[in-house]
Each structure stands twice: as structure tokens, then as C-alpha cells.
Design a protein around this ligand. Sequence first.
Ligand code: NDP
Ligand code: ZN
Length: 351
Amino acid sequence: MKGFAMLGIGKTGWIDKDYPQCGPLDAIVKPIAVSPCTSDVHTVWEGAIGERSDMILGHEGVGEVVEVGSLVKDFKVGDKVIVPAITPDWNALESQSGYSMHSGGMLAGWKFSNFKDGVFGEYFHVNDADGNLAILPDNINPADAVMLSDMVPTGFHGVELADIQFGDNVCVIGIGPVGLMAVAGAALRGASNLYAVGSRPKCVEIAKEYGATDIINYREGDIVEQIMEKTHGKGVDKVVVAGGNVDTFIQAITILKPGGRIGNVNYLGSGDYIKIPRAEWGCGMGHKIIAGGLMPGGRLRMEKLATLMQTGRLDTSKLLTHKFNGFDKMEEALLLMKNKPKDLIKPIVMI
Ligand code: NDP
Ligand code: ZN
């Protein structure tokens, strides 16, 4: 079978691979719709997780089941399914302790396009099918549902990590597709003033639609100064970090009130250390908590998040700015994600 792969750091291309083997608990799925992710860009062009060779990329998709293992109970050939980016081993001790995304080791619940071939192949393997697949509801468009693989659960995880409560003043740093879902999630969780940091015009427009009350353009002025001015020097209760770099924590900590929380879901692709400003962190005593996490995957979360779309509380279609048809368009879509033109939020490839 054919797949679009990372050949090595900085190199991509089409390769031939064997059809994947289906274990007793697993499923083999063929993609219906897939989307490239900024994480694929960090992995390939920044070498963020180290060298990988001939690994099929992609971890966001919906598909159709073409084979199931002998012990799979709830899925059958022909089922249309949502596939989460993170597919934990549900028997692992880390899963039993509540951190399924780290089942088998730190970040090891992230398998597609990390430890094994991803979803940009003609077929792909899903471990622990009963625990990791979710049926695609009839009334959700497959393209919109692809956003449930990673963008919705990651953006919402930033909101969970920051523990956003009713009436909180919130700053979301980064309003690409992940940050936009953090804005939507923060609004659903009852944020009051919602400051969204970004610059690309399309992202700014959609951030307002998802509930941002103020836009902070980090290219036109210092984030800290702008937030402090808008909050009359008080800062915000919670920060979600969904963009920026290792230096972004300087700003996040500075704008945070004592007792506040930072929820980071940004994948830090380069740099050796993140910087915590000593005085602004209360000389180590400021109760400014930094939590960073890989998004939780698995079936229950996908099913629950899908109900938000079914009930009309979340519309992911606003994220899909560029639509492609055909398997051979994956390369173009991935390069778009790398180059980030001004009108891009997220590309989708219909197979
Ligand atoms: P995008 O690149 O589309 O968006 C990044 C956002 O950050 C943009 O709004 C950008 O602004 C803004 N930004 C860039 N530099 C700065 C800066 N110096 N200061 C403030 N804002 C800045 O990324 P995605 O939304 O696709 O993904 C966000 C991150 O989430 C990525 O690192 C991705 O790998 C990661 N991720 C993490 C997952 C997890 O489980 N934790 C899962 C999936 C993704 P501008 O408008 O100027 O472009
Ligand atoms: Zn992703």
C-alpha cells in the first residue's frame, strides 16, 4: 500500500509499505477524510521527537473499518469511525492511574506518526479498537468530525489543564486551530473576558465567532503590556498556551494572577529549556501553576465530544479553510500547514 511519509528529518515523500497486521484486539481502517497537523510539521521539519525514517505521517482522521481482530466486540467491517490522535493501551498501569496518554511511557499513547505509521496511508492500524474508536454519528459531516481527532480534544484539554471556571478572565495564547478550540472550550466553560493572542486575519475573525472578547496582536506590541492595560494591571485568572515557543512562558507567568493556572498544549518543537521569570513567579512562592499535557484520546472522550457537535454547541466547520479531494493531495495539504498562509486555519483532505 501507498503512504505519505517522513523519510527523515526535513524530508517527506510517498513510500510503499506492507498492509498492516491486525492483532486480536485491533482494527484496520481505511481513511475517508484526514487532516495534517502542526505537530507533523514539528516532527518532520524541526526533528522535535528525533529521527524517524519511512514513517507514514498523520494522526487526524475518520475512516471505514475494513478488518477487526477476533476479540473486538463493538466494531465491525463497514463501520464509519472517528479515530483519535492518541490511542492508549487501556490495560497499562499509566491508564489505570488516569494518564492513558502516557501508557507505556511518557507520550507513548501517541502512536500514529510517532511510534508507528499514521493515517496518511491507504490503510492504517488501530490498537485496542474497542477502547479507541468511536462510531461516526450519521448527522456529523466526516470532514467536521476529523477535528474531533485532535483539534477539539487538544484545545479543550488546554482549558481543562488551566481549570477554567465561570467568570474567569482568560488569555488564550495562540489561535491556530488548537487555540481556537481552546477559545471555544473556554467560552463553554464560562470564561468572562477572553483575550485571544494571534495575528492571522482569518484566525482572528473566527476567534471572535468562538467567543473571544478581545484580540491581542503579538506582532504589533508586547503581549504583557496589552493584557495589563486591558485588565487595569491585574492580569488574568487563567492562561491557555496553544502557540509560541519556550519564551512564551515568560509572558504567560507575568500576566497570570497569583493562584492562577497555565494550561499548555503547545508542542515545544525546539529549545532546551522553558523560561520561568523568577520575580513574576513570586520568587517561587506565587502559586502560579504550570500544567502541560498531551491530549487524552480514547473512545469515551471522542463520543462525548461528538455529542457537543450533535447538540449544536460546537461547530468545527469554521476551522476548515482549505478542502482537497484525493489521496494524492496529502503532500499539498501538509505543506500548507508548514507554510501557514494568512487565510489558513486547517486543511482537510477527502479521500
Ligand atoms: P498554529 O501554528 O496554527 O497556531 C499557532 C498560533 O500561535 C497562531 O495563532 C500564531 O499566531 C501564534 N503564535 C506564534 N508565535 C507566537 C508568539 N511568539 N507569541 C504568541 N503567539 C504566537 O498551530 P496549531 O493551532 O495547529 O497548533 C498549536 C500547537 O499545538 C502546535 O505546537 C501543535 O503541535 C500543538 N499540538 C499539541 C497537541 C497536544 O496534545 N498537546 C496536539 C495537537 C497539536 P499567528 O496568527 O501569527 O500565526
Ligand atoms: Zn495533531
